[in-house]
Ligand binder design. Structure first.
Ligand code: ADP
Ligand code: MG
Length: 479
């Protein structure tokens, strides 16, 4: 460092100090180290070193006017501040040694030689993409602590996915990246991905773990655009160590969000951060996802979850009953495990229903009652239903004219009926989303995705809706 570099930087700091509050000054400016002062192409360049990319990103998005003003004041109009990131500091965050920094070109954060869609070697990129280090503000992981490996019952149906998940949780960023779990509704995707997050946090509370559904990610992004906060949004997601994204099929058809996610994905991946995804079907079968993003999804490891067989279903039931403090006789447990075959969520639903009814009617749960009450849960793979049959049943049940389902009306009851019918078509007809959309008045497949999501959310949060929905399925299974 030339002798007067430090003094010049000190003068800049004095100006900066007047322009920001004390704590920001301490957090963002005090840790900066002056490195060099030189004249390049008629500009007076003051080079300083920051701790990591996140700092740089933050400084640039929040304080560029502050430091520009200071540099101009101290060095005149030809003055320019050039940032470098201290690479070594990222690699060994435990040590306080300072080591030589690697020159980083000017401030902007796009990958220097990256072309969209062209993967680069991690080694090459690590030079210019230092790892994000410590001392960032903590992040709210949004994990549900209840989902752990300990209460995720192992069976043939999930053995590979579970053990891969354990390996990823043990060494995030070093085994399979990304790690993608896929499987049908209610088979444990959300449970498993959150179990990874919880296990990572348990080992190392300082790890920045974030669980987010792709729907939430999308809404956040839209909000960020609306509020002119895209760069804040981007730096936030790019500061995460272990990013867990649930239900990526929801990105389908959302091009802008896919683009943003593509860049987030690349940046995190290139600096060795772990990305874990779930989807409700094999990635290749997700319609409406851009090719380049799909290829990213397939870069690491994918593992599927199958529907559990009888023994696993019984083990899961026992585990849940214990957790909930529910007591059911072994023959009822056996009956439920034998008959409810579709997925784990329905298995739980069946058990909870038996308990609820027994409490309401102060009736012991015996086999007779179980047979009577669980009828709607038994429709697993009914003989294929047709779109017309479903539309007819749903519209009859809800007292709506059938052709309104294919029309354009936005009336609440009609929209709800349409959503339910679309959901049931997806579940029982075997048609693609595209085909279902077409059969409902030439709608787009993303409309069908949204309908499915709405029904799932509604069934989760609204008891009356759930009951209505259950009865429709009952009627359908009798037809
Ligand atoms: P998905 O996200 O695939 O739709 P979830 O992860 O929400 O499914 O699982 C539905 C329910 O089933 C959750 O309550 C979850 O705890 C439970 N579950 C799924 N698989 C298992 C398993 N192998 N062991 C214990 N519980 C499970
Ligand atoms: Mg889920």
């Amino acid at each position: 460092m030339r002798s007067n570099t430090a003094e010049i930087w000190q003068s800049c700091l004095d100006v900066i100090r007047d322009g920001v509050d004390a704590s920001s000054f301490k957090t963002w400016f005090q840790p900066i180290t002056p490195v060099d002062l030189e004249i390049v192409n008629g500009e007076i360049q003051l080079t300083v070193e920051v701790r990591n990319r996140f700092y740089l990103d933050w400084l640039e998005t929040h304080y560029n006017q502050v430091y520009d003003r200071a540099v101009t004041q101290v060095l005149g109009p030809e003055g320019r501040l050039v940032f470098r990131v201290n690479l070594e500091d990222q690699k060994a965050p435990e040590t306080n040694e300072t080591r030589p920094a690697v020159q980083r070109p000017k401030a902007r954060l796009s990958a220097p030689n990256a072309q969209p869609g062209v993967p680069q070697s991690v080694a090459a990129l690590n030079k210019t993409y230092p790892k994000v280090g410590r001392s960032l503000p903590p992040v709210d992981s949004k994990l549900n602590k209840h989902y752990t490996f300990a209460n995720f019952i192992e069976g043939h149906c999930n053995r590979l996915a579970r053990s891969a998940a354990l390996a990823v949780a043990k060494d995030p960023g070093t085994t399979w990246n990304p790690f993608l779990i896929y499987g049908g509704v209610g088979l444990g995707k959300t449970h498993l991905i959150q179990a990874i997050g919880n296990a990572v946090q348990e080992r190392d509370a300082a790890k920045r773990v974030r669980f987010v559904s792709s729907e939430h990610f999308t809404n956040d992004f839209v909000q960020a655009i609306r509020n002119n906060e895209v760069s804040r949004f981007s730096s936030y997601y790019r500061s995460i160590d272990v990013l867990l994204i649930d239900d990526v099929q929801f990105f389908s058809g959302k091009e802008k969000t896919q683009e943003e996610f593509f860049h987030t994905f690349n940046e995190l991946h290139q600096i060795g951060k772990q990305i874990i995804l779930t989807a409700d079907r094999p990635p290749k079968q997700i319609e409406g996802i851009e090719e380049r993003l799909l290829s990213r999804f397939l870069m690491g490891m994918t593992a599927d979850l199958q529907a559990p067989k009888f023994e696993t279903r019984l083990a899961i039931l026992n585990c849940k009953a214990e957790e909930e403090g529910i007591e059911l006789s072994p023959n009822v447990m056996n009956f439920v495990a034998r008959k409810v075959q579709s997925n784990v969520r329905e298995l739980e639903g069946a058990m909870v229903r038996l308990m609820a009814v027994s409490m309401l009617q102060t009736e012991e749960v015996d086999l007779e009652m179980a047979k009577r009450e669980l009828k709607p849960f038994f429709i697993t793979q009914p003989t294929r239903l047709t779109v017309e049959a479903i539309q007819e049943t749903v519209s009859d049940f809800l007292g709506i004219k059938q052709d309104l389902l294919n029309g354009r009306s936005r009336k609440r009851e009609i929209v709800e009926a349409r959503h339910i019918a679309m959901y049931l078509c997806r579940k029982f007809t075997g048609h693609s989303l595209k085909e279902i959309g077409r059969r409902f008045g030439k709608r787009d497949h993303t409309t069908v995705i949204n309908a499915i999501k709405k029904v799932e959310d509604h069934a989760e949060t609204n008891v009356q809706f759930r009951e209505k929905f259950r009865r429709i399925q009952e009627v359908l299974s009798e037809s």
